[in-house]
Design a protein around this ligand. Structure first.
Ligand code: CA
Ligand code: ZN
Length: 299
């Protein structure tokens, strides 16, 4: 039986204090019905950015209690399918995005969208439905869903799409998984501060690794394993992700630091997730010929 969590169950902070709305056993499949990142406050291009309640951003559906999950474990979230609504929106907000220093006005653009195509004006662009915000509860603090960190959160990773597997370090009993902020399409960087923001449904399967966890969230797809790191600056994020990648190559290939550092120059791709949130997100993509997930647990 597939469990279903409706979009009536929304959190705005990842917190151990959130009451679980559903329970799953490792191996269970769960559908999360999600709202868009502005809590369905935008309906048309005539709506005003100025009336938006910014306290209700990046709402995530959940949390889901995973039986048997305890601090020190790793929650495996297999993204089996993502369905998006037939419309999405983009916004510009003065003072935000990569060009936040330039003068521009606030604007809303509505997009027609589907799993396959996103229509921007007269341009039909191939969709890539993905999850912007997904995470578990942190041990102590309450972390707003607009922020990101070791618990996951608003990571905005364009390759977090159907077919990918996310590994999240568990910090509280039951893990307390929640997700939302779907994008029908987003490029690396999320330049203007928003992507093709939409609602929808996500089908996942949850599993557990007991007693071991990676330093940062890890994403795996058919070809690569990616470290999802973050920092207060892009430089800080790049340093963190590179160090973890090199240390993992030392383990997986039994190399000295110097040799692993050199191999990294040949095979590790650093990519930007987003540059427009309070913390910047980067990923290091390593082809699966050179690492397996377990290698990340040993460093
Ligand atoms: Ca986001
Ligand atoms: Zn978003």
């Amino acid at each position: 039986m597939i469990k279903y969590i409706s979009k009536k169950n929304i959190i705005y902070k990842f917190s151990s204090k959130n009451k679980p709305v559903e329970t799953a056993l490792p191996g269970d499949m769960v559908i999360f019905e999600t709202i868009d990142c502005l809590s369905e406050q935008i309906r048309s291009e005539d709506d005003s950015i100025s009336t938006i309640d910014w306290g209700r951003v990046n709402g995530a559906t959940g949390p889901l209690y995973v039986e048997g999950a305890e601090p020190g474990d790793t929650l495996i979230v297999k993204i089996l399918d993502i369905n998006v609504s037939d419309k999405a929106f983009l916004v510009t907000v003065p003072g935000h995005g990569v060009l936040s220093d330039l003068k521009f006005s606030s604007k809303i653009k509505m997009l027609k969208t589907s799993k396959y195509t996103t229509t921007f004006g007269s341009l039909n662009i191939k969709s890539n439905p993905m999850i912007g915000t997904i995470g578990v509860a942190p041990a102590y603090d309450e972390i707003p869903c607009g922020d990101l960190g070791r618990h996951g959160g608003n990571m905005d990773v364009p390759i977090l799409n159907a077919g990918s597997i996310l590994y999240l370090p568990v910090s509280v009993k039951g893990a307390l998984l929640a997700l939302g902020d779907l994008h029908a399409l987003q490029a690396d960087g999320e330049l203007c501060v928003s992507a093709a923001e939409t609602s929808g449904e996500v089908l996942v399967r949850v599993e557990l690794i007991k007693g071991r966890q990676p330093r940062y969230p890890i994403l795996e797809n058919r070809d690569i394993i990616a470290i999802l790191a973050f920092g207060n600056t892009i430089d800080e994020a790049i340093h963190a992700v590179t160090q973890y990648a090199v240390e993992t190559l030392m383990v997986s290939q039994k190399l000295s630091f110097e040799e692993a550092y050199m191999l990294g120059s040949l095979i590790v791709n650093l990519r930007i997730n987003q540059l427009v949130d309070p913390k910047k997100g980067v990923r290091a993509e390593i082809p699966k010929d050179f690492v397996k997930f377990e290698d990340f647990l040993s460093v």
